[in-house]
Design a protein around this ligand. Structure first.
Ligand SMILES: Cc1cc2nc3c(=O)[nH]c(=O)nc-3n(C[C@H](O)[C@H](O)[C@H](O)COP(=O)(O)O)c2cc1C
Length: 332
């Protein structure tokens, strides 16, 4: 059956790397211990020793495989070197072009390479350089959105492009439960990558106010209001909070650089100011006007009713997907 594991993991459920500093060792280990694919998130600056520490700390919490995500739009060469030396199981890549040479280096270290793409053209380039799986992000997704279309059209197009090659497609965007998982399997995906659902877990480093709003609010919007200066040309999907509602029409010539400081956050051990319209979501260390900070979330957020331990999320999705397939689709 389609719900079986991929890439050597028990299950085809992946916890998206959540930046900045939201998916740390506790979340990743909880996901890994439940048999799914947990992904740390590397910092957006070079700090290879810190990256090693994150990986080693995760290893103290689980003896299961796990991975780490790197955003290629930011400095990353030394971090990558540390990641390959530490031989994590999966290297996830986002927002930038991976090279054939990087894939070869990763494979030489025994590390599988899994880019997240948002178009058929980018999927084709990923296949050509020899990646091990492809995460297909739809426009429904929370966080930064490279996805150009809805998943329901994009996933089968990329499944067809891959054809007989053994490169699992993993669907990302708006999926929070077993129904979304089974729907993705029907589209030809072999796994799902969930960001918002794992954000709303006990182990995620999201600020408690942010977690509460994920349960309270159900609407999101695709925007570019946050982090325009730090990460230009990278739209996001955010929760439609009262703050965002008030500012959603921010003039195009404005960005976070000349805005007031509204709080402080420690991100991967470094204390930073948070300006209004910064692209950094509040994590557990953040102080200040949390309500006025950007809060990323995908279109499935309205289906999230409670904050759960991450392992329970995995068990629930796997168990309910098996039931759903048996009860609704097997005897048909
Ligand atoms: C708070 C948050 C942070 C994210 N950070 C990253 C990231 O650092 N790297 C990445 O590849 N994807 C990131 N994503 C996007 C996810 O990889 C994934 O595409 C998305 O969460 C799927 O949609 P969903 O949130 O509806 O499940 C982030 C998503 C959220 C909600």
């Amino acid at each position: 059956m389609g719900w079986k594991g991929i890439l050597g993991f028990d299950y085809g459920i992946m916890q998206a790397p959540l930046g900045p500093d939201i998916s740390g060792p506790e979340l990743v280990a909880a996901v890994a211990n439940a048999g799914a694919i947990g992904l740390l998130r590397a910092p957006d600056w070079e700090c290879p020793e810190y990256v090693r520490e994150m990986i080693r700390k995760t290893r103290t919490l689980t003896d299961k495989p796990f991975g780490i995500g790197v955003v290629l739009a930011f400095p990353h060469e030394q971090n990558l070197k540390a990641i390959l030396e530490e031989k994590v199981d999966v290297l996830q890549l986002y927002w930038g072009e991976a090279s054939e040479e990087l894939v070869r280096r990763a494979h030489d270290a025994g590390v599988k390479v899994v880019p997240q793409v948002g178009s058929i053209e980018a999927a084709k380039r990923a296949v050509d350089i020899g990646v091990d799986a492809i995460i297909v992000q739809g426009r429904e997704a929370g966080g930064h959105v490279i996805g150009q279309e809805g998943l329901i059209a994009l996933v089968p197009s990329i499944v067809d492009l891959i054809g007989e090659r053994d490169i699992p497609v993993v669907a990302a965007g708006g999926i929070v439960d077993a129904r979304g998982y089974v729907a993705a399997l029907a589209l030809g995906a072999r796994g799902v990558c969930l960001g918002t659902r794992f954000l709303a877990t006990v182990e995620s480093y999201a600020h408690p106010v942010y977690k509460r709003k994920l349960v309270e609010y159900s609407k999101t919007e695709h925007t570019n209001v946050f982090g325009r200066a730090r990460w230009p040309g990278a739209p996001q999907r955010v929760l439609l909070t009262p703050f965002f509602s008030d500012w959603r029409s921010l003039p195009e010539n404005e960005d976070e650089t000349n805005q007031p400081v509204i709080g402080r956050s420690t991100i991967h051990g470094v204390e930073k100011e948070v300006k209004r319209f910064a692209g950094t979501v509040p994590n557990k260390t953040t102080t200040g006007d949390i309500e006025s900070m950007g809060m990323y979330a995908g279109q499935g957020v309205g289906l999230i009713k409670e904050i759960l331990p991450a392992g329970e999320v995995v068990k629930m999705i796997v168990g309910e997907a098996q039931l759903l397939i048996q009860q609704k689709f097997q005897d048909a």
